[in-house]
Write a new protein. Structure first.
Length: 364
């Protein structure tokens, strides 16, 4: 299949693993930021064909996984209310809150709907003026433009029965938090190509310089990732710390300027809590004052909900690259896709789900 098979070509991939073997002289620890990259690595066994000196850690680039527990509980509280149609992407329905999940709320008879775009939720609001329609606005920079456009259109058309529950997070501050940690082991990053398609990669340049780490923007196919690893190792071996763009078929330095314009018009930067990690300064988005009437947490007064993470789930350590899924005592035992303790097991981009689906869990 054109434009897919060539990025999964075994011979081309092994050319790069051979080149890495020729230039690598010591152990290096890299982190792929995105859960999509993690799934590709584990599914295709890329970590097993790379030289043993390359250690790949899995980062916090799964928006479902880092959505705070209290935001999930807010969503559940809203979805249970009368005259509410709660709309969400499908991958959020199985994410466990502190006591249940949205799928169970739907099964109990509440109107919870899977949509493919926030604009679909806006259409539902126009067709159901007597109902309050809420869209679960989760994601990184990638999904922010569509959510911003939905709010902008709602304001323009005075669709006052529409609101969004916002849990938008930004990637660069999370990487800086990891790099600034005393436990940090990361020496280079594979940055997520789809995020950079929107935001570009200029924000990574000062990070690479400040912390002396190469940052390579890559795609998600096996060839993209292995080529990205090669570029990382080449820089590390040469003592360079620059931002390079491997994903040139999609990413430019400035990103999608039009998309970012609508994001900046509707949202502003705020401190945001990340599930399992904690609050990170300037790492999220919230609606600007002129759009607060579309903020579901204010419409339904759910902002006071605060809950603790389950103690037996180490997803926070996994999202920071401190541990890998098989190192969790609950992995594949008391935590599995049918009964997940944390979002990293149930999310389609979660690291725990990747290991469970493509690697047999270790025996007790």
């Amino acid at each position: 299949m054109k434009y897919i098979d060539e990025y999964r070509n075994r011979d081309e991939i092994f050319k790069y693993t051979d080149e890495i073997s020729k230039i690598i002289t010591q152990e290096w620890t890299l982190m792929e930021v995105c859960g999509g990259q993690t799934h590709s690595i584990v599914k295709y066994g890329l970590d097993q064909v790379l030289p043993s000196q390359v250690n790949l850690l899995h980062g916090p680039g799964c928006p479902v996984c880092v959505t705070p527990l209290e935001i999930i509980d807010q969503a559940i509280t809203i979805a249970k209310k009368e005259n509410v149609i709660f709309c969400s992407f499908g991958d959020m329905l199985r994410v466990p809150g502190s006591y249940t999940d949205l799928f169970s709320v739907k099964a109990a008879g509440n109107d919870v709907r899977i949509v493919y775009s926030p604009l679909d939720a806006l259409k539902i609001a126009k067709k159901n003026p007597a109902k309050k329609i809420v869209f679960f606005a989760v994601g990184f920079e990638t999904t922010a433009p569509a959510n911003a456009m939905a709010v902008y259109q709602a304001a323009l058309n005075k669709t006052d029965n529409f609101s969004i529950l916002v849990s938008h997070v930004l990637v660069p501050p999370a990487l800086e938090t990891i790099l600034g940690s005393k436990k940090n082991m990361v020496q280079a990053f594979l940055a997520a190509g789809h995020v950079c398609t929107i935001m570009g990669y200029q924000e990574y340049i000062p990070l690479a310089k400040k912390y002396k780490v190469p940052i390579i923007v890559t795609g998600f196919e096996p060839f993209d990732i292995v080529q990205g690893v090669y570029l990382c190792i080449k820089q590390l071996e040469e003592g360079k710390f620059e931002v390079e763009n491997q994903y040139i078929r999609s990413v430019t330095k400035d990103g999608n300027v039009t998309a970012m314009d609508i994001v900046n018009k509707v949202f502003e930067i705020t401190t945001r809590k990340w599930r399992g990690i904690g609050a990170i300064t300037s790492s999220g988005l919230k609606l600007r004052n002129q759009f607060q009437e579309f903020d579901a947490s204010l419409v339904f007064d759910t902002g006071s909900i605060i809950v603790k993470e389950p103690e037996d789930c180490i997803s926070g350590l996994i999202l920071q690259g401190i541990k890998k899924p098989p190192q969790c005592n609950a992995f594949g035992k008391t935590c599995n896709p049918d009964k997940p303790l944390g979002a990293t097991m149930v999310s389609s981009e979660g690291a725990c789900a990747a290991y469970f689906n493509y690697r047999k869990p270790e025996e007790p």
